[in-house]
Design a protein around this ligand. Structure first.
Ligand code: F6P
Length: 410
């Protein structure tokens, strides 16, 4: 025992020394920028931060929340409808429309997992007939139409009649709700529940568009109530289902945008008083139709390519127009030789988009006149349309004035 004493003391000394060295190392490491805390800080500011965050690295769960303090859509509506007494009774219906956008958003997101793709069928599994536009209705079209019909007709008793892209005829809200109590209200509404449905199967952006028109005082409410120009519109909007879900709305006093917050499930006021740039470099046309476009449009497209422009075309009106609204430029769906009136519908596509553009400081033209001055004569009427920055729309109009049919020699 006694003989081993020095050895034991040496061992203890060795242990103490190594403990001391370990503590020293830790101290050096923690102050030298290699310690866990600093490593964390380095990751935060390094370009690989997002990659690590996506992989769920626990270090990054501690990141401070960056949520901004934003007004909810509901609060915005309360304030705006209070300010504009002439549209005060629209508050519940606009609130319901925002809710239906959320429902449509969920349906779109679940389409792949819940087998909601493809052509709609009846309860016996037979494919539905083509709609009045000659298009095969998709399952999503039918579902989203139901949400929108209910939103417009079932809230606030202010909409008396509706036109939908998915319905052949105008419908009274009393029929939609199967209750005559809904046959009241000072407004009529037109909407496209799912715009750009060709994008459904490939998970590309989609949208919903709507317009609310004031009915003429004392007039009988039937299909002809929709035969008015766009100046009778009191509100217009769209919902974009894309990288984020954005609701854009005008009630005749500017344009505002709201992003759906995935955490709270509420639309938050992210785009305050949207103003489109006076001029932009984006042009958004389906140029595959170039050969069939009218001469003014061909000449216009030839000319923009001489400058510093860039082309963007998603193939969903809402997505393309939103891009132009935010960045400036020109969206166009012109007439073609085969379809001189183009493809897009006046009441629930072109007119609401034109109102939004005008309210944001831009313009909407048919090439030969203001979109909002065009009076509907059919509910599913089509019109050529050009929407965007004032200078771009003006330039396009100049090509129509110069190369348009009316200026051609007989
Ligand atoms: O509603 C018609 C629509 O789907 C629009 O959303 C879109 O802008 C357009 O058709 C695309 O048409 P095309 O495929 O002919 O370019």
């Amino acid at each position: 025992m006694h003989r081993h004493q020095p050895l034991k003391t040496m061992c203890t000394l060795k242990q103490q020394l190594s403990t001391f060295l370990l503590i020293l190392c830790l101290a050096v490491v923690s102050t030298s920028g290699f310690g866990p805390q600093n490593w964390n800080r380095k990751i935060r500011s390094s370009p690989i931060r997002d990659e690590i965050q996506i992989r769920g690295n626990t270090l990054l769960h501690a990141l401070p929340s960056k949520k901004k303090k934003l007004k909810t859509f509901q609060r915005y509506l309360e304030i705006e409808c209070w300010k504009q007494s002439n549209i005060r009774d629209l508050e519940p219906v606009l609130q319901a429309v925002a809710e239906s956008c959320k429902q449509i958003n969920r349906i779109i997101q679940r389409a792949q997992t819940d087998d909601l793709f493809g052509a709609a069928t009846d309860k016996d599994g037979a494919q539905l007939e083509e709609n009045v536009q000659g298009e095969v209705q998709q399952t999503l079209d039918v579902l989203c139409n139901k949400f929108m019909l209910r939103a417009f007709c079932g809230s606030g008793n202010c909409i008396q009649m509706v036109v939908s892209e998915e319905e052949d005829e105008a419908k009274s809200c009393a029929d939609v709700m199967a209750d005559s109590a809904f046959a009241v209200g000072d407004y009529i509404a037109a909407f496209d529940p799912i715009d750009g449905s060709k994008n459904i199967d490939s998970s590309l952006p989609l949208g919903s568009i709507f317009a609310i028109y004031k009915k003429q005082p004392g007039s009988k409410v039937d299909t002809s109530t929709f035969y008015q120009d766009g100046t009778g519109m009191v509100a217009a909007g769209y919902c974009l289902f894309s990288a984020s879900t954005v609701l854009v709305l005008t009630m005749g006093a500017g344009v505002d945008g709201f992003t759906l917050d995935p955490d709270s499930g509420r639309f938050l006021h992210t785009l305050n008083d949207i103003r489109i740039p006076r001029k932009g470099s984006i042009y958004s046309f389906n140029e595959a139709n170039y050969r069939d476009f009218e001469e003014p449009v061909q000449r216009y497209l030839d000319s923009v390519k001489q400058g510093s422009s860039t082309a963007r075309y998603i193939g969903a009106l809402v997505a393309d127009v939103h891009n132009i609204l935010i960045n400036g430029g020109l969206y166009g769906y012109p007439g073609t030789r085969k379809n001189p009136d183009g493809k897009l519908r006046l009441l629930y596509e072109c007119a609401p988009m034109a109102m939004i553009m005008e309210q944001a400081g831009g313009a909407g033209s048919t090439g030969t006149g203001r979109v909002l001055a065009l009076k509907a004569t059919e509910i599913h009427q089509r019109t050529p349309v050009f929407l965007g920055s004032v200078e771009n729309v003006f330039e396009l109009d100049q090509f129509y004035s110069y190369y348009g049919d009316e200026n051609k020699d007989e």
